[in-house]
Design a protein around this ligand. Sequence first.
Ligand code: AMP
Length: 115
Amino acid sequence: MAPTETLFTKIINREIPADIVYEDELCLAFRDINPQAPLHVLLIPKTPIAKLSEISDSDQSLLGHLLRTAPKIAEQQGHANAFRLVVNNGEDAGQTVFHLHLHILAGRNFTWPPG
Ligand code: AMP
């Protein structure tokens, strides 16, 4: 099933504005419009994968790249030592935009378990 285009595709294509903090050939990162921490960045692949549970074996290196890039962005934003990564997978887990994204959160203390 072909993934449906979301507003994140529009951000990648510069059709709607975003506060972009990082970009390379595979991914893009921009500030969340409704931040839940002093640093709240969304890191997305440029390939529109709907959610983590829909990845295929051919996406493995892309996922590795995202995980490798997230700490670099946290460091670039002044939060090298403490940050949280969140991936909401599916509506019941809180996913609202169906284009895979890693939330990078930092700048406050986080509780566990998450809400
Ligand atoms: P999720 O609920 O995990 O699917 O996360 C989607 C995130 O996208 C939420 O944290 C929203 O605040 C964020 N969001 C929605 N629209 C925009 C936008 N135009 N620019 C930046 N972030 C957005």
